[in-house]
Design a protein around this ligand. Structure first.
Ligand code: DGJ
Length: 738
């Protein structure tokens, strides 16, 4: 790793009684990314460049870069140039979204921070994960009685992250409105790509021009089916493989805001992000602090590079799943609430026969839970349905050599439950009214110690009693009008911290258990929850066609080994579409593979094909879960090519997906990106994803039966003929170095 740090002035260390001027420039580099920062006594960190690596800049060139970046004064603007700092302030002349908002009973509504101290560290760690460079800036606003700490880290893979800590140094309460961090964009970033969606259709891309004003995406429901995991902006037409692009993400599972803003009249562009705080949600008494979540920022020449920096970071953490990702069967769509031991054991037999390694019992096992109207909050086994507890099933599953997984929804409560009847005050609510019910449930206020301890105690007891290796942690409703009864104030911020504490405590008590984050499918897939879970349930929509888009959007942030991806039944339960097993298998293959289909109703032929998919997944998961994800920018919207290339480039697997019929036949040559240009490769269809039949009057490309041998350079630049495929089908190609 290259590390270069340059200071035009000595880094400031504040003495006890003095605060010296910091007139410094810092150039931080990692993995092809440069960040040039200026910090002065009178201005918080200002990013002079964030993007492509500038190389080993000598001191005078850094100074010249600073000089060249100073804008001339424009008519009708302040007399001095207005710096856009990482926490923009109106006191410096910034008229866009301010970095900090808040007040002290109406006063102290605007800030002017002066920098006391700047510290720089290299090759350090945070929570066991490597950090290439860390800058810590301490500042103070003596007028408003506030202290601020900004931390900026560059991670070895070139990913940036920053966060702020605001402290009330005054006597009276300071109410925090927002703390958003801002990263400047060059003028070339003139197109925005972010994501929208809903339950069953997460992460639908939307692309539009970057125009004057603020494109603001907020999550006011503590979930993000409809929100954006990533907000990106780049050069018009940027794609996966090329085109400069910058993106931000908030690592927080509560309410968030992410925005792309173009200020007037200067036209300066930025990406901003932070936690969305509800009115009065954070009130700091004397000495108290508010910590913003980390805002992650990634730059790439193409979305693949931007995405790879996230994957590299996630894989660098000590808690990143390091063991082979067990293929699993989840019983939800096979049985729903029909918990019949014979049926469930038969399903276990069929799964084990197919080579599956984990069996997950979903919703419906606990007290009073015969459908979705009752039971949440009472986490003891229902003895009407399970007179001997879960032991007969657990014994059967483990006897077959599989691991047992179990579903919980710890943050939720049905009004029809013993818990809600005993403690209505433990439900998040406002004044004397309950929020409108959703899926017949409410949110349990985990900031009440009693509620937290109740849920912890019951889940801990179940995990201690049964040989459970995996927990699916669900969260099926939005947080609306979510107030804390003890204070009458908004409670989403505290709830998010309390949910993290619950998960962390259970993980500490049961270190062998893996956790899946689910929120009605992929409603909670942020880096806050991913710090404490091994995978997400990507969507309740298992339709392979829909999954192609859902997984490509979510996969920009989340690497394949953390994307729960299942082979569903022949007819999708949520769309009614019918798909061949070859398409369902080839789609699930690129994530953490599972089966969510009543295999007991499948034919012998289907079961043996499932077994072939599970075997192929187990054979190739080392590559799929450690390699680099690549996608092409195929000019034909009917065709999608994506794959995973092993680091070192000795091997790759690609999928050639025919989403719909193309307007051309034959489809033409597809490119296989990401390989080593100077290595020669064999390209062959990979079983069982080689099941392609030409339609009437069509033939397969001549190379198909024998394979083809070409260099990585030729495969990326010239490509190979794609086979004819029926729509909603996919084939796999195995590429191995000769
Ligand atoms: C929503 C999840 O996304 C589903 O997979 C399933 O676990 C149900 N909840 C159970 O209620």
């Amino acid at each position: 790793m290259t590390i270069q740090t340059y200071l035009t002035a000595t880094a400031v260390t504040a003495d006890a009684d003095t605060s010296r001027e910091a007139d410094g420039l810092w150039h931080l580099r990692a993995a092809g990314v440069s960040l040039v920062l200026e910090v002065t006594r009178s201005a918080l960190p200002r990013i002079l460049h964030w993007g492509a690596d500038l190389g080993d800049l000598p001191a005078d060139e850094l100074d010249a870069l600073r000089a060249a970046a100073v804008p001339p004064v424009a008519s009708g603007t302040p007399d001095a140039p207005v710096p856009l700092t990482i926490l923009p302030e109106q006191s410096a002349g910034w008229l866009g979204t301010p970095g900090v908002t808040g007040h002290r009973d109406g006063a102290d509504f605007s800030t002017r921070f002066l920098v006391d101290e700047v510290r720089l560290e290299h090759d350090v760690e945070r929570d066991g994960a490597p950090v290439a460079h860390r800058m810590t800036v301490d500042a103070r606003d003596a007028e408003a009685d506030l202290a601020l700490r900004i931390e900026i880290e560059m991670l070895p893979g070139g990913l940036l992250r920053a966060r702020g800590r605001l402290q009330n140094t005054g006597a009276a309460v300071f109410t925090v409105g927002s703390l958003d961090l801002a990263l400047p964009l060059p003028r070339e970033a003139d197109q925005i790509l972010d994501f929208t969606g809903r339950h069953l259709r997460e992460r639908s891309p939307q692309r539009h021009d970057f125009v004057a004003g603020t494109h603001l995406r907020e999550s006011r429901r503590a979930r993000s089916h409809d929100g954006t995991l990533l907000m990106t902006a780049g050069r018009r037409g940027f794609g996966y493989r090329s085109g400069e692009v910058w993106g931000v993400h908030v690592a927080w599972s509560g309410n968030t805001r992410t925005f792309a803003e173009q200020g007037m009249p200067t036209g300066e562009r930025l990406l901003g992000a932070g936690e969305l705080l509800l009115a009065g949600e954070v009130r700091l008494s004397a000495g108290e602090t508010y910590d913003s979540p980390w805002v992650y920022a990634s730059y790439g020449d193409g979305l693949d590079e931007l995405s790879h920096r996230f994957h590299t970071y996630l894989r660098s953490r000590p808690q990143h799943p390091g063991t082979p990702r067990k293929s699993l069967v989840n019983v939800w769509e096979a049985v729903y609430f029909d918990h019949d031991l014979d049926r469930l054991t038969a399903l276990a037999d069929a799964a084990a026969a197919a080579g599956v390694e984990r069996y997950v019992l979903d919703d419906g096992w606990f007290r009073g839970r015969r459908d979705d109207t009752a039971g949440l909050g009472d986490w003891t086994v229902d003895d009407d349905v399970w007179p001997e507890g879960l032991h007969p099933l657990a014994d059967h599953v483990t006897g077959l050599g599989m691991e047992l997984g179990l579903w919980f929804e710890p943050e939720m409560v049905n009004p029809d439950s013993d818990l809600a009847r005993a403690h209505p005050e433990w439900i998040l609510q406002t004044g004397n009214r309950m929020p409108p019910e959703a899926r017949h449930q409410q949110v349990l206020d985990l900031a009440h110690t009693g509620a937290w301890e109740h849920v912890y105690g019951q889940i801990d007891a179940i995990l201690a009693e049964y040989p459970i290796g995996f927990v699916k942690w669900d969260h099926n409703r939005d947080l609306v009008e979510a107030g804390h009864t003890a204070t009458g104030g908004a409670g989403v911020h505290a709830q998010t911290h309390a949910a993290y504490r619950l998960l962390d405590a259970l993980r500490t008590a049961h270190p062998h258990v893996e956790f899946e984050s689910c929120a009605g499918g992929g409603g909670r897939a942020d880096l806050g929850i991913l710090e404490r879970t091994e995978r997400i349930w990507t969507s309740d929509c298992i339709d392979a066609l829909e999954r192609q888009t859902i997984e490509s959007g979510t996969g920009l942030l989340v690497p394949p080994e953390m994307l729960g991806s299942h082979i569903g039944s022949p007819t999708s339960h949520t769309t009614g579409r019918r798909h061949e097993l070859s398409f369902r298998g080839a789609t699930a293959f690129f994530g953490h593979l599972g089966i969510e289909w009543d295999l007991t109703a499948a034919s012998e032929a289907e079961r043996s094909e499932v077994a072939r998919w599970v075997a192929a997944y187990r054979q190739h998961r080392d590559l799929l879960h450690h390699g680099r994800s690549v996608r092409t920018d195929d000019p034909d919207p009917a065709l999608r090519v994506h794959g995973v290339v092993r680091e070192g480039s000795g091997e790759a697997i690609y999928a050639v997906v025919q989403l719909t019929t193309g307007v051309w036949a034959p489809p033409g040559r597809i490119r296989l990106p990401g390989l080593d240009p100077d290595t020669t490769y064999d390209v062959r269809p990979l079983a069982p994803g080689d099941d392609v039949e030409p339609g009437h009057g069509e033939a397969l490309p001549p190379w198909w039966s024998r394979g083809v041998r070409l260099s990585g350079r030729t495969l990326a630049a010239a490509g190979i003929q794609a086979p004819h495929q029926f729509p909603e089908r996919s084939v796999l190609l195995h590429v191995t170095a000769v």
